[in-house]
Design a protein around this ligand. Structure first.
Ligand SMILES: Cc1cc2nc3c(=O)[nH]c(=O)nc-3n(C[C@H](O)[C@H](O)[C@H](O)COP(=O)(O)OP(=O)(O)OC[C@H]3O[C@@H](n4cnc5c(N)ncnc54)[C@H](O)[C@@H]3O)c2cc1C
Length: 350
């Protein structure tokens, strides 16, 4: 448990593309930020759902993948030294003082026990924190992170294992192909013979099957066998007419059924919601609670489009609004990064 309470101007909930750009816009205003994300890395949907797929509508970037956009944003925000806290969800949010213009107006605590005091909170939580869709087989949870995995963190631990992969999307096929050379055996089980993955990956896996290096079955995992507390075999009910049962050796079971986003505790923070999205003022992106802002996919207002560039615009206006909230009565003028010495100073260029 972390006993230090981090004091900062703003806590950003979510390190997706919009949360990352929010760090930049706050930094230009001279405001510090800590960023919390439930995932183990930055990038939100870009790195979790489409790291290798190209994006074509980021202004002045003709083409970049989800991962490349994330890396570029991380590079752009470097001068502002924001601290990141991964693998944890923000759970507790309490108002500590009546005035939202005070820098310690809010107290936050995460699922890992990290604590913050800040003057403003920006929710950049997209559709919520990504939680893997679980395999529903009674008792299988006992093997979680030992022999049952919902993500590959260290490919090395799967070497020389009989691997059974469940799923038919990009992650399932990509990992089947990537782990095949070092695995003892690799078997992919999908509900149907239709895959929801890139055509090139499907062809590659079919080729491995033809070479006898991988096996593909159509079916559903429905039971398991263990021995001395270790998972040994998975039973698959096949999609043939007889619904035959097939037992597969499984040292490691990798499940890629997709991610389901969950809003979690954010729903209990007393904010006004419309269709599970947070209502905001279109000029400031403040929510119904003063001092709490929402940017990116999580918010809703007339004309909202869930696009990265919309979130970037919202992040800029939210930063101006927070600066004005911290300095009541003062109008924050626009300063160009091209010509403003103050901006150059904040960007570490002088
Ligand atoms: C396949 C695909 C392709 C796309 N292509 C494009 C495109 O070409 N152009 C475009 O503009 N948009 C595209 N989008 C949409 C784009 O990815 C989203 O608009 C964008 O990711 C929204 O960014 P965000 O930062 O608001 O949220 P997200 O990217 O969803 O990030 C939110 C982050 O908040 C974290 N989080 C949530 N709740 C909590 C909590 N309580 N505590 C801690 N962390 C939390 C999540 O883990 C996540 O990392 C695409 C989306 C998909 C799925």
């Amino acid at each position: 448990m972390n006993t230090q309470v981090h004091k900062t101007d703003v806590v950003i909930v979510g390190a997706g593309p919009v949360g990352l750009f929010q760090v930049f816009e706050l930094g230009l205003q001279g405001l510090s930020a800590h960023v919390v994300d439930a995932l183990p890395q930055a990038g939100g949907q870009c790195s979790e759902l489409y790291p290798d797929k190209p994006i074509y509508d980021i202004p002045a970037v003709v083409e970049c993948t989800g991962d490349e956009l994330t890396q570029k944003l991380l590079q752009q925000i470097k001068p502002f030294n924001a601290q990141f806290h991964f693998n944890q969800e923000v759970q507790v949010l309490e108002q500590r003082s009546g005035s939202a213009s005070e820098r310690a107006a809010f107290y936050l605590k995460t699922s890992a026990g990290t604590e913050f005091e800040c003057g403003a909170v920006i929710i950049a939580a997209g559709g919520g924190s990504f939680t893997p869709v679980k395999l529903r087989v009674d008792g299988i949870d006992a093997f979680l992170d030992q022999q049952l995995f919902y993500r590959v963190v260290d490919p090395g631990i799967h070497a020389d294992k009989n691997i059974v992969i469940l799923g038919g999307g990009d992650s399932a096929l990509d990992w089947a192909i990537a782990l095949q050379p070092t695995a003892r055996s690799i078997t992919l089980v999908n509900r149907t013979d239709r895959f929801r993955a890139a055509e090139a990956s499907v062809s590659k896996l079919r080729a491995l099957e033809e070479q006898g290096k991988a096996t593909i079955h159509m079916g559903v995992a429905s039971a398991f066998r263990e021995e001395a507390g270790r998972l040994r075999e998975i039973m698959v009910t096949l999609r043939d007419e007889a619904r035959s049962e097939l037992w597969l050796a499984a040292d490691h079971l990798l499940v890629f059924f997709g991610m389901s986003p969950k809003l979690g505790e954010i729903e209990n923070w007393g904010l006004e919601f419309e269709r599970r999205l947070i209502g905001v003022d279109q000029a400031t992106f403040q929510t119904s609670r003063p001092g709490i802002y929402a940017v990116g996919d999580i918010n809703i207002y007339p004309g909202k489009r869930k696009l990265i560039l919309s979130g970037f615009h919202e992040a800029a206006l939210a930063a101006y609004a927070i600066k004005e909230m911290f300095e009541p009565g003062k109008k924050v003028a626009v300063q160009y990064t091209t010509t403003s010495p103050k901006m150059h100073d904040r960007l570490g260029l002088t």
